[in-house]
Design a protein around this ligand. Structure first.
Ligand code: G6P
Length: 467
């Protein structure tokens, strides 16, 4: 059996429990298979040198964790800069928020090269490498340049926008070549596969060899949709543990006469949080019976707050939430509870179960695992209703959710109202169907699907370099 080597910028970190769905999913995957997990330590070393960073290796059960610190300059250009101010906004269809600062690309390349140099000596010949997300697109090319011949797969957790948006990235041809250094590219949805294939076709004249393989720049790559799932068993265990139960009972007692609506996100402009707040305002305005009876709890954990767009969003949201509470709140009822803090993951199932409606309404999202967790946390006898953006990757799988267009504030308000009034039998039926799919297509199904496909690839089929 080959050893699995996972590479991601973010590793699961007990000091930072809401690192996002990626770190949780990879942690659950590796706990099952064992192997090596390589990435950024999460530490910024103020005295460090660009392109350098010592390797730290420690053992956590069956998983070896190998991490590298980043110096301040590399963190600014690679993480805050190119990854989160160029790739993240563009891949989430937000050219308007992209900051194409020329120096950042140098830091992005430098850190990918550093990761390759630190990882290379740790590798065995029969390892299988699985690289994750937009921070590390050029990693395979860097590893190939150092002589790695192992199979290398890449999974992109974020959406792929239509080709004209990608073509706006000044280095987009270089990025295409970097993608082609992988043996297998996994994307979240068929929509993403369609956009990726069109991009390579229109911009690089890529040829489709068969249903799965594309050839361009002298390299062949297999591309497919592998929608990520959650660890249902693990999440159910969490749901039965004391912290989730306490949270559930406390909320049920407090809201015994009220209906709870719930949103849990990282504070990110892709999540459609202001639009959701406006829809809630519209709900109170158009359906006044909800005044004094519905409360929206919105947990937005702090994220990337030194990037301008995130700081701007925070201010916008504070204004919106304050205005709703000021306009509609009363001595005995506040319509909205906005919590800009990380809530322990152990409390999440209790929060979900206590709420009548889960609002997962991103403007764009690769998948959105909160949608799946919301369903998995429900009591099948009396389940809450999931209101889900049609622009989340999860919408391709979760048809029985109430799908909404998050830009259509009035439509969203009407759907929330319908969710609040959905008859029990319909809630049970939808929940049953959703749960069956979430269970069948869980995180282990995702891992097996991707790794089996990678196993079928010819090793080191790519002959291109991104440099
Ligand atoms: C998204 C990305 C992940 C990232 C996570 C948290 O889920 O796809 O790659 O780890 O957000 O963001 P952060 O910047 O804190 O790692």
């Amino acid at each position: 059996m080959s050893r699995l080597v996972v590479v991601s910028n973010r590793l699961a970190d007990p000091r930072r429990p809401a690192a996002g769905g990626l770190a949780v999913a990879l942690g659950e995957t590796l706990n099952r298979t064992g192997g090596l997990w390589f990435g950024w330590s999460g530490t910024v070393d103020p005295g460090g040198t660009p392109g350098e960073g010592a390797l730290q290796v420690r053992q956590a059960g069956a998983v070896t964790l190998a991490t590298v610190d980043l110096c301040r300059e590399d963190h600014a250009s690679y993480y805050l800069g190119y990854s989160n101010s160029v790739l993240w906004p563009v891949f989430h269809y937000r050219l308007d928020l992209a900051d194409f600062h020329t120096a950042d690309i140098d830091g992005y390349r430098r850190v990918n090269r550093l990761f390759a140099r630190r990882l290379r000596p740790l590798l065995r010949d029969d390892d299988v490498l699985w690289v994750h997300d937009y921070h590390l697109i050029p990693l395979a090319a860097e590893l190939r340049a150092l002589g790695c011949r192992q199979r290398i797969g890449f999974f992109l957790h974020i959406p792929v926008p239509p080709p004209p948006l990608l073509a706006a990235i000044p280095q987009h041809e270089w990025l295409m070549r970097a993608f082609l250094a992988y043996d297998l590219l996994g994307l979240q949805s068929e929509t993403d596969v369609g956009h990726f294939t069109q991009w390579l076709g229109t911009e690089a004249g890529a040829k489709r060899l068969d249903a799965q393989h594309l050839r361009a720049f002298g390299a062949t790559v297999r591309v497919g949709a592998f929608p990520i799932g959650i660890d249902v068993d693990e999440f159910e265990r969490l749901g039965h543990a004391a912290e989730a139960m306490d949270t559930f009972h406390a909320l049920r007692d407090e809201y015994s006469r009220r209906r709870l609506l719930l949103g849990i996100d990282r504070l990110d402009y892709s999540k459609g949080i202001p639009q959701r707040v406006r829809a809630f305002r519209e709900l109170l305005q158009r359906y006044p019976e909800n005044r004094h009876s519905a409360t929206l709890v919105m947990i937005a954990s702090p994220s990337r707050d030194s990037v301008h767009a995130y700081a701007d969003l925070r201010h916008e949201l504070e204004g919106l939430c304050g205005a709703i509470n000021g306009d509609y709140g009363d001595l005995d009822w506040m319509p909205l509870r906005y919590i800009h803090r990380t809530v322990s993951r152990r409390r999440v199932p209790g929060l979900c179960r206590a709420s009548a409606v889960g609002l997962v309404t991103p403007l764009r999202d690769g998948m959105n695992l909160v949608a799946k967790e919301y369903v998995a946390a429900q009591d099948p006898e009396d389940p809450g209703v999931l209101v889900l953006s049609r622009f989340a990757g999860a919408a391709e799988q979760l048809h029985e959710a109430l799908l909404v267009n998050p830009y259509d504030v009035q439509g969203m308000a009407a759907t929330i109202q319908a969710a609040l009034h959905m008859p029990l039998a319909e809630r049970q039926r939808r929940h049953r169907q959703l749960m069956a799919r979430i269970r069948a297509q869980d995180v282990h199904w995702w891992r097996r699907g991707f790794l089996d496909a990678l196993d079928q690839c010819e090793p080191a089929s790519a002959s291109t370099s991104a440099s």
